[in-house]
Design a protein around this ligand. Sequence first.
Ligand code: PHE
Length: 347
Amino acid sequence: MSEQKSSVDNAIAALNDLKVEIEETALSTSQGVDDYRIRFLSRKQGQITALLKRIPEVAPEDRKKFGQEINAAKARVVARIEEATGELSDESDASSGQVDLTLPGRAMAQGSLHPITQAQRLITRVFENYGFEVAEGPEIEDDWHNFSALNFPPDHPARDMQDTFFIEPPGEEHGGILLRTHTSPVQIRIMENREPPIRVIVPGRVYRNEAISYKSYCLFHQVEGLYVDEGVTMADLKQILHAFARTLFGEDVKMRFRPSFFPFTEPSAEVDIWWKDDALPGGGRWMEIMGTGMVDPNVLEGVGIDSERYTGYAFGMGIERIAMLRYGIDDIRILYENDNRFLKQFS
Ligand code: PHE
C-alpha cells in the first residue's frame, strides 16, 4: 500500500473520531461548554482547524466531500454549544429565583414490596430457618421436566388437570415446550444434578390457561419444597408443615391432611387449615393451602436416585392463596392490577 493511501485513511479516520467526540462529550457545566468550544473551534489550536489543514492529504477527487464533512461537524459543534448554553441558563434562572425557605418540603412517595413478594419472602424464610436452601428453575420448560419425569404417563388424564400454555406443541422431536404449570419440574432439575441429602425451597412463577376469575389467574406463584434423604418419613413432613402453619397463621392454628392424588407423590395429601370466621355456620371453614406427599419411588428412580435407600417428601403451595388468606384479599385479580390505592396498604 502506498504512503499516500494510508495517510488518506488516517485523515478520514481522524474525521470519524472527531465526529464521535463531538457527539459524546458531556456538556453539563458552563466550564465544560467553554472547554468544548476551545477544543473544537479555537482558530489556532482547535481540532476543526487541525483537520482543515489535512485536506491536502486527501485524494483530489475526495477533497470536496471531506471539506463538506468538516463543515458539517463544525456546525454540530456550534449547535451543541447553543443547546447546552440554553439549557444551562434555564437551570440557573430557576435556581436564582426567589426561594421561599419557609415552604413545607415536598413529601417523597415511598414504594413498598408487593404483597406477593412479601408473602413469598415470608414463606421461604420459614423454611430457610429449618435448613432449606433456596433454588430456582426456568419458567419455560419441556414436557419431560414438567410432566413425564414427574410420572405423568403420556395419555394419563392427570395431564388434563393442568391447562397448559404450549410454546411449541408436542411433536416428533420433543414432547412440547411450555410455560411451566407448577414449580415441581424444579424438583427434577435439582435431583438430576445432585446427590441426596437434598433440602430445597423453590419459589417461582407458574402459568395456567384457565378462565380468569376472582380465584384464578393465568399466572401465579408457587413455592415448592423438596427433602430427600435416608429415612425421611411422613411424620417429618407433618411436623414441618405444622410448624410452617403455626408461623403463618398463629400458634393455635388447626391443620389437617386430606388424602389426595398427584402422579409424583405417593401417598399424596392436601393440607387444609381451619379458617375462623364467625359469620360462617360452624364458626369457620377448612381452606386448602397446599398439595404434598412422599416423592413417588418412580420419580426417584427416573432421576437416578436409589429409592431403596432414599425417601423424600415434597410440597407445593400457591403464594397468592396464602397472601389472600393472610391479608384478607378476596379477589386474586387485584394482585395484578397495580392499583396504587391497593398497593399502598402494604408499605
Ligand atoms: N405441583 C402440585 C400442583 O401444582 C403441588 C404439589 C407439589 C403436590 C409437590 C405435591 C407435591 O398442584
